[in-house]
Design a protein around this ligand. Structure first.
Ligand code: GSH
Length: 204
């Protein structure tokens, strides 16, 4: 299996980290998204949406969307329950991540920290801010009552929400007033065999 990704991306970290955690053999190829490498016709053959991550199987089939890849790589493990309600609870957090968290928390980080044009994006960053704060409050509320986002242990729900939350400060969101979120980040980073986001960011 081969993962096409970019080392600055939390979305790309998620499937890479799951493969590391499960000891799955995974080749990794860096795609320079800032230079438009994901938008070429050849890359769009792997993902019509022209984005990373994309998982390519040995038989050539390609799977985009970080959380779909996460579920595929976690299938059959303790990180993705099979019982209907427990599984739906995990999926609920994956949908929340893509719909209520990543578009605000990760997008703010991109504009502020990675775009190289933070000042030009000031108005947009201000627009994203209330929804980003709301998403982080949702996590704080949940994690004040439970150690993990879904069920009794670490799952793909935690892995989906961990990377961009852990670097929320790069998008202008402070975790100082979110003690339950900070404690959860420490718990995630203490999961045996799970490399931290910082390792992916460093390009290793
Ligand atoms: N919903 C997608 C989002 C993928 C996405 O936005 N990828 C970004 C990197 S985090 C990308 O490839 N951007 C390059 C571009 O849009 O040209 C997922 O979760 O995989």
């Amino acid at each position: 299996m081969k993962l096409y990704g970019n080392h600055l991306s939390g979305n790309c970290y998620k499937p890479w980290a799951m493969a590391q955690l499960r000891g799955l053999p995974l080749e990794y190829e860096e795609v320079d998204i800032l230079q438009g490498q994901a938008k070429t016709p050849a890359f769009r053959e792997r993902n019509l949406d022209g984005r990373v991550p994309v998982l390519e199987l040995e038989d050539g089939r390609c799977l985009p969307e970080s959380n779909a890849i996460l579920c595929y790589l976690a299938e059959g493990s303790e990180y993705l329950p099979t019982e209907g309600f427990a599984r739906a609870e995990v999926l609920r957090w994956l949908f929340f991540e893509q719909n209520g968290h990543e578009p605000f928390v990760a997008s703010s980080r991109f504009l502020l920290h990675l775009s190289g044009q933070a000042e030009a994006h000031t108005a947009r960053i201000e627009l994203l801010r209330p929804r980003g704060l709301e998403a982080l409050q949702v996590l704080e509320q949940r994690l004040s009552r439970a150690d993990w986002l879904a069920g009794e242990g670490f799952s793909v729900a935690d892995l989906a929400l961990y990377p961009y939350t852990s670097v929320a400060d790069e998008g202008g969101f402070s975790l100082a007033e979110l003690p339950a979120v900070r404690a959860w980040i420490e718990r995630v980073e203490a999961v045996p065999g799970l490399p931290p986001f910082s390792r992916f960011l460093s390009g290793t």
